[in-house]
Write a protein that binds this ligand. Structure first.
Ligand SMILES: Cc1ncc(COP(=O)(O)O)c(C=O)c1O
Length: 401
């Protein structure tokens, strides 16, 4: 086995993510600067908003500084009161829950089902009561959760709002319907790690007409400035709560450069996903790992690629071997229901055994637009023969074969 000094890869490490310029991003940023309008609600925000509205059929789209900010805005629109609860998966990013906690809600953590890793409708049904104001499903990895099951669980609770946390799923579909069109609200992320990025950014999708006017006020520092620009009032002033949620047009310009290339970007990501699938599927049985499940009624958004290893020790061993080989694989999420803040902000303790199990076995592989076949071959070259510790290493090699 080579010693540590000689095992340092001579080429730079393969990053987990690499943001790439895909089209006219810089040209559009320059145009935003030269237009004299770099702040929010400019010409590029209109183009991005128009495209997102075309895709989702939304009543209105508000570009925000992050998906977190969009979740916070949706929480404000719910007018949460003391004693209100919001149901959130335990297996998700912190701000899926935090945004509602900031508005005073307590959280009921729901488990995920083991196939799509989306909200488990059976557990959801057991949690719903008359304190619940919203349910926040996450379309994990851009694959729709069991929307039929969730809707059935909520049949007797028509006033509970569904807020889709669609941070991963722009351009994904469920039964032909766009992700982001299925709840009262949906949120998107344009963080640099997402399919379409501008560093930090997000959007709130408003699918109910009756939310639009108030959302515009909360979005714009509590003022009716938008109504003023639409010629609906002759001056604008402070009307409501709110904050400064708007995405600067200089960032919307970058984002528009990305969205214009949506077909090319999604095509590249699909190719990376399918290559992983082809390479790994033949080894899944003998090495005991599982690939992502995409139900036949779902078109994935190709946000990420993960494998589920047989147990935590194997996952940690493979992760460490890949990192030694210069391949920055990673894992997530630490289940929220068992975190310090999750326990503090929970309305009541809940059991989420699937979230705990998945969290210990999931391994995310490098995934980005420019991840070419030659890069994948380079991984193989770097890691093969690196060590021979049996099962862990065989899995590590095959993961990037
Ligand atoms: C499911 C989910 N929701 C929300 C977020 C927060 O997104 P942002 O960084 O744009 O605030 C993330 C971030 O990765 C996420 O994975």
């Amino acid at each position: 086995m080579p010693d540590v000094a000689t095992s340092v890869p001579e080429a730079p490490p393969i990053p987990f993510n690499r943001a790439t310029v895909e089209g006219a991003e810089f040209e559009y940023m320059r145009a935003a600067v030269e237009s004299g309008h770099m702040s929010s609600s400019g010409q590029f925000a209109r183009r991005v908003g128009g495209e997102l509205q075309r895709e989702t059929g939304a009543q209105e789209v508000l570009l925000t500084t992050s998906c977190t900010a969009a979740l916070e805005l949706s929480a404000m629109l719910l007018d949460l009161q003391p004693g209100d609860t919001v149901i959130v998966p335990s297996f998700t990013f912190t701000t899926t829950a935090l945004a509602f906690v900031r508005q005073g809600a307590r959280i009921l953590f729901c488990d995920v089902e083991p196939e799509t890793l989306g909200l488990d409708p059976d557990h959801l049904r057991s949690l719903v009561d008359d304190t619940v104001r919203a349910v926040v499903p996450v379309h994990y990895a851009g694959v729709a959760c069991d929307i039929d099951g969730i809707r059935k669980a909520l049949t007797d609770w028509p006033d509970i709002a569904v807020v889709e946390d669609n941070a991963h799923g722009l351009y994904g579909r469920w039964n032909g319907h766009p992700l982001g069109s299925l709840g009262r609200f949906a949120t998107l992320s344009f963080h640099e790690t997402k399919n379409f990025g501008c560093g930090e950014g997000g959007a709130l999708i408003l699918n109910a007409e009756e939310d639009v006017d108030r959302a515009r006020v909360l979005y714009d520092k509590g003022t009716n400035r938008r109504a003023f620009f639409l010629g609906q009032v002759d001056k604008y002033s402070w009307k409501d709560t709110g904050s400064s949620f708007g995405l600067a047009d200089i960032l919307a310009a970058y984002l528009w450069g990305q969205l214009e290339q949506r077909d090319a970007i999604q095509g590249k990501r699909r190719a990376v996903f399918e290559r992983y699938q082809r390479a790994l599927a033949p080894h899944a049985g003998d090495l005991g790992f599982r690939l992502p499940v995409v139900p036949t009624n779902c078109d994935p958004a190709y946000h990420m690629f993960y494998v589920l290893l047989p147990d935590r020790d194997t996952r940690d061993g493979v992760l460490s071997d890949l990192r030694t080989a210069g391949i920055q694989a990673t894992f997530h999420y630490v289940p929220l229901h068992s975190s310090d803040a999750g326990r503090r902000f929970a309305a009541a303790p809940t059991d989420c055994p699937v979230s705990e199990d998945i969290s210990g076995r999931l391994l995310r592989l490098p995934f980005f637009n420019s991840l070419s076949p030659s890069t994948a071959n380079e991984w193989l070259r770097r890691s093969s023969g690196r060590s021979g510790r049996g099962r862990h290493d065989r899995a590590a090699r095959r993961v990037h074969d």
